[in-house]
Design a protein around this ligand. Structure first.
Ligand code: HIS
Length: 322
């Protein structure tokens, strides 16, 4: 027992304890930008009904939730995600219109044992609710761009793809192993899958290219020319139109093999990377169907920074430059 007096469980964030001043500085810089753009800060509850998460289906499985049965006999979980509770908050408001929320706090998702990864994550994010199409997408991407310099990390890359493109691919390939192959960018398994399913060109050619389909606008244009399926093409054309409308483009590139981190995404998906972090430091996307569960039609988009991963990356970057 003695040793446990000195240890923290693997689940706990360790990157933050000694880095509080850095965390607070980044947090305050982000808060200032979010507020300048009219985002209202909200403090969300730590506990939510498991049923809410299940009904709105983020894709985070129940085994990943820290849950217990409360005095009502209902299953309650520590917050696994901010977007879902904020959708509930929005849907409970009387007036429907554009709303901008920002938030700072922990989310909890159980990691597999002995992976050396904590199960609590400190997130800072925004949700733009009621704003459809490019206007919302561009607002979010510009805020990401504006806030990047406050993270203190060099060489951050923001990659974009489309949930419509991904969903259509899944429909066409129609195989349970496909997502895993995409995640691993495993070309040899992709070829085996193509043979097993008897997939013919032009889909076959696309699937073979897919694991290496990351790059700039030239790559996207090339794929648009090559793709014949109209739904896949339209999804990429939409992405290109969005990119064309961006004022500053230097941080943004594309990754067509991207798999959405959340099931609720319906349009653009965004992931941010640092060379010093194996985990993504930004996740976001458009989610126009989430509010259907509350019988409301509300287009929405948002993103969050994972500040625990950012702090870890900062430590590594410093070590590297020492
Ligand atoms: N909630 C998402 C990020 C996000 C915010 N808004 C839209 N997506 C996550 O935790 O990964």
């Amino acid at each position: 027992m003695e040793e446990y007096k000195y240890l923290i469980p693997e689940e706990s964030i360790d990157a933050i304890m000694n880095n509080v001043s850095t965390l607070r500085k980044i947090e305050n810089d982000l808060r200032r930008v979010f507020v300048e753009h009219d985002y209202l800060e909200v403090l969300m509850p730590s506990f939510e009904y498991v049923d809410l998460y299940n009904a709105l289906d983020s894709g985070i499985e129940e085994e990943k939730m820290f849950q217990y049965i409360n005095f009502e006999g209902k299953r309650v979980a520590l917050r696994t995600d901010f977007t879902i509770p904020l959708a509930r908050l929005y849907s409970s408001q009387k007036e429907i219109g554009v709303k901008r929320y920002c938030y700072f706090g922990n989310v909890y998702r159980k990691e597999k044992r002995h992976k050396g990864r904590s199960s609590e994550f400190f997130q800072a994010g925004i949700e733009l609710l009621g704003q459809a199409g490019f206007a919302g997408d561009i607002e979010c991407l510009h805020i990401i761009q504006e806030t990047l310099s406050y993270l203190g990390l060099k060489d951050i890359k923001i990659e974009m793809s489309s949930a419509k493109f991904y969903k259509r691919l899944c429909e066409l390939v129609d195989d349970t192993s496909f997502v895993d192959i995409l995640k691993k960018r495993d070309l040899s398994s992709m070829k085996i899958l193509i043979d097993r399913k008897g997939i013919q060109s032009p889909l076959k050619d696309l699937l073979i290219q897919l694991p290496r389909c990351f790059g700039d606008i030239a790559m996207l244009n090339q794929m648009i020319m090559m793709i014949q399926d109209q739904q896949l093409k339209d999804a990429l054309l939409e992405l290109r139109d969005l990119y064309d409308k961006l004022e500053k483009k230097e941080f943004f590139s594309f990754d067509l093999a991207m798999t959405p981190s959340m099931k609720y995404y319906t349009g653009i998906i965004i992931k941010g990377y640092s060379p010093y972090s194996a985990d993504t430091i930004i996740n976001g996307g458009r989610y126009d169907k989430l509010m259907d569960h509350f019988h409301k039609v509300v287009p929405a988009i948002g993103f969050s920074y994972d500040l625990s991963h950012i702090l870890k990356a900062l430590e590594k970057e410093e070590e590297n430059n020492a």
